[in-house]
Design a protein. Structure first.
Length: 425
């Protein structure tokens, strides 16, 4: 088809060699999903990963892409998907799927098909159910995705209740695409989400977590959070479920950086889930720690008079930061929460300036050096390693937090004073 922009032509030309391999072997090859949608949304990224669909079966796909690919992965083969890198770009090529409906299974069985229209019919939304036939570059849009994008509507290709029931994760995807593509859900989609929300139960927490995180990481997830709230789907999300406050979450998330830990903590704090069991969402250890840290430390800073916080408290906060995080991150989080709630963040700025000053004066701020090693302290006090030495080391650590860096003579004198007093008692 003529008339595509230069950018889309460039992507089609890039995909051509791979398409030719399929066509030479007698198969059809379509680019599908996000690339077509984003083209019509004019937010096209020439380097973006491409999804393709074909009538070739997975083993044939694997053999065909191997002719050109630098790397091939087949973890998704059972569901028909082979991933590969060709000339530096990544592709996921999936066998057409035909109707499959398995009510209570977490892992629906997949029925492969021969017709691209059947495949598009079982995709999540009409705006994602468009394809470009690489043989003649024609648009395949049997469900009116282009018109729906034009009208700003999110709808399912077939009947929404059946679609959401087949894969309830689509409820969260609906929220994400409403927010990311500025679409309004069709009324029958909203009704179906409300009716089918309990079905979210059959979806694995990993899929729920990943999809919700994609929503949380949008610049402005408000429309999606609003839909999750309005349909009651939010009450079925593990860990965060059963809570109100999605509205205020939306306000706060907009003003937080698009950092996973901050966005999750922003959501959980708005929903007043203060002690979440994040193991239920199978977070990575780093994410788990960072979220718990923000939830633990932020309440104090959100309400405290920051100007009155002592240096010693700031050093304590610095000492409690998980790996890779700083007190500044905590402040950024607090400032975001406050801004979202319409509160002033002036004293947060002052605090940031103070932290910069402390950092300048205390070069070992992020990784405070203990004054002495255990062996040195044992020698200074004339004691053997044991519980007493442990106490002395703890006391020195406390001294470091209370007073910051000291020169070795001062620290040694303070240690001797403490020790003298202790042995006198
Ligand atoms: P993004 O830009 O966020 O990656 P995308 O449209 O590429 O958007 P993916 O999750 O990568 O989204 O999925 C690729 C395509 O696969 C979608 O456009 C859609 O056609 C189809 N799809 C993905 N997940 C589902 C699902 N759960 N149910 C039905 N179709 C789906
Ligand atoms: Mg994609």
């Amino acid at each position: 088809m003529a008339g595509y922009t230069y950018e889309l032509e460039a992507v089609l030309n890039r995909a051509d060699p791979l398409a030719r391999v399929f066509e030479s072997a007698g198969y059809r090859f379509f680019l599908v999903g996000g690339v077509v949608r984003d083209y019509f949304l004019k937010r096209f990224d020439v380097g973006q990963d491409l999804d393709a669909t074909t009538d070739a079966r997975p083993d044939a796909i694997r053999a065909l892409v191997s002719e050109l690919a630098d790397d091939v992965w087949s973890q998704g083969e059972r569901f028909g998907t082979i991933g590969c890198i060709v000339a530096g770009h990544s592709y996921e090529v999936t066998t057409h799927r035909a109707e499959s409906y398995v009510p209570d299974s977490r892992k629906p069985t997949v029925v492969f098909g021969d017709d691209v229209v059947d495949d598009l019919a079982r995709r999540d939304f009409t705006v994602n159910a468009m394809a470009i036939d690489m043989a003649d570059r024609s648009l395949v849009d049997p469900f009116g995705g282009e018109a729906d994008l034009e009208a700003g509507v999110l709808r399912t290709p077939l009947e929404p209740e059946a679609s959401l029931s087949e894969d309830p994760l689509r409820m969260l995807r609906a929220a994400r695409f409403c927010a990311s593509c500025a679409l309004s859900p069709a009324p029958d989609l909203v009704a179906a989400m409300t009716a089918e929300r309990d079905r979210l139960e059959i979806v694995s927490v990993e899929r729920i977590r990943d999809e919700l995180q994609k929503l949380l990481l949008l610049d402005d997830p408000a429309a999606g959070l609003g839909l999750i709230d309005a349909t009651g789907v939010g009450r079925r999300v593990p860990v965060v479920g059963g809570c109100d406050g999605w509205e205020s979450a939306a306000r706060r998330l907009r003003t937080l950086p698009t950092d996973p830990a901050m966005r999750w903590a922003g959501l959980l704090s708005a929903l007043q889930v203060v002690r979440p069991d994040l193991r239920l969402l199978k977070f990575s250890r780093d994410l788990d720690r960072a979220v718990m840290w923000l939830l633990r430390e932020a309440p104090e800073l959100s309400t405290a008079d920051l100007a009155a916080l002592e240096d010693r408290r700031l050093r304590e906060l610095a000492g409690g930061c998980p790996a890779g995080r700083t007190v500044e991150d905590l402040l950024t989080f607090v400032a975001g929460l406050r801004a979202g709630d319409g509160l002033s963040a002036d004293d947060v700025d002052q605090m940031a300036a103070r932290l910069a000053g402390l950092r300048g004066r205390e070069p070992d701020w992020d990784d405070p050096a203990p004054f002495f090693s255990g062996l040195e302290v044992a020698e200074m006090l004339g004691i053997e390693p044991g519980p007493e030495l442990g106490r002395a080391m703890n006391w020195l650590a406390g001294l470091r937090v209370a007073e910051g860096p000291l020169d070795a003579d001062t620290a040694a004198a303070r240690l001797q004073d403490w020790w003298a007093q202790r042995t006198r008692e």
